[in-house]
Design a binder for this molecule. Structure first.
Ligand code: FES
Length: 342
């Protein structure tokens, strides 16, 4: 038996509405919700809600139910005197922004999936805080380290990297996880009792877009045995298109490490959903097998050989405000056998 769905296409002006309101679209052009499980009525733009066939073919009871739910969500906004936003927003250090010195840039504004950064040559980039959702993509993309993310500053993350790799770094697998997918995926691995290597050390950022190349270089400079760069599958990213930024950067890193002659598998990129605890455990175990297959002497020699290159690439990060103090503090700590996050 062959069953055919009736053909349906979105409204002809769907692309215009999508770009004006900043709503992401599925490959077929339909509007996509912020999160299919956690915020099914919300669009990625605060205050814009979805109902009915703008999301695809839907019957009347489902459309009516969704309409009522969206109206209730909108009512919350309309009745609130103040609206709280996430505190993990981006912040520009004006004295470091080259645009303020008249140079052409705008990388941060192009990186932002929410159009939350105003860029005008001759002025420092400006974050519109109410529009920023805190993916951290602009922070990692800025080549001048002129942008930071509150509560996920370079100094804070680098201090964690130092602490996690304080003992026997060559035995450790440092796993960068995004808050919304690979981090809960690791959690799922734990709650499902999937066994994976105890040499994993997890570090959380909000999105793969925040995983700065400097963090990876610094981890290898410190002698990490392996590094995992993980986040949501592209369509699951909590921040519209931010995962693409992270994915492009990860590809560049893979090519760079290949050119440097790093043993394949020491740097690995994986997209893992919150439900894929089994995948998280499998990936970590495979990375452990890769690490075990490299004779220790050879691994230590490779770390030493690559260290000057890592040092050179990560050096600009040290000029970022607060980084030196944070690293000095982290290095003064002894965190042996924490078995997890610091
Ligand atoms: Fe997970 Fe963006 S939130 S990759």
């Amino acid at each position: 038996m062959v069953m055919l769905n009736q053909a349906a296409v979105p409204q002809p002006d769907v692309d215009t509405v999508s770009s004006v309101l900043n709503i992401s679209q599925s490959p077929g052009g339909w509007f996509m919700e912020y999160h299919p499980k956690l915020r099914p009525m919300d669009s990625p733009t605060d205050g814009v809600f979805l109902a009915g066939a703008c999301q695809g073919v839907k019957d009347i009871p489902a459309s009516v139910a969704q309409g009522s739910a969206s109206a209730a969500r909108a009512g919350r906004v309309l009745h609130a005197e103040e609206w709280e936003i996430e505190p993990t927003v981006a912040y520009v250090w004006e004295d470091r922004c080259i645009s303020a010195k008249g140079k052409k840039c705008g990388i941060c504004a192009r990186a932002c999936p929410y159009n939350a950064i105003e860029y005008e040559r001759g002025k420092a980039a400006r974050v519109i805080t109410a529009k920023c959702h805190g993916c951290g993509g602009c922070v990692a993309e800025c080549p001048h380290n002129a942008v930071t993310q509150l509560h996920f500053t370079d100094a804070q993350i680098l201090a964690q990297i130092h602490a996690l790799l304080a003992d026997g770094p060559e035995e450790k697998i440092l796993a960068f996880r995004c808050n919304w997918c690979s981090y809960p995926g690791a959690d799922m691995a734990g709650t499902s009792h999937f066994e994976y290597t105890s040499n994993e050390r997890g570090l959380r950022v909000m999105c793969s877009a925040r995983m700065d190349t400097d963090f990876i270089y610094e981890a290898f400079r410190l002698g990490a045995g392996a590094v995992l760069y993980s986040g949501c599958h592209e369509q699951d990213c909590h921040y519209i298109t931010a995962q693409r930024l992270g994915a492009k950067r990860a590809d560049r890193l893979l090519r760079t490490f290949e050119k440097m002659g790093m043993t394949p598998g020491r740097f690995r990129v994986e997209w893992i959903s919150a439900a894929q605890g089994d995948k998280y455990a499998r990936v970590l175990n495979e990375m452990q097998v890769t690490l075990d297959s490299i004779p220790k002497k050879q691994l230590l020699e490779e770390i030493e050989d690559l260290r000057p290159q890592m040092e050179k690439r990560a050096r600009r990060m040290r000029q970022v405000p607060q980084v030196e103090e944070a690293l000095a503090y982290a290095d003064s700590l002894k965190v042996a056998g924490t078995g997890g996050e610091v």
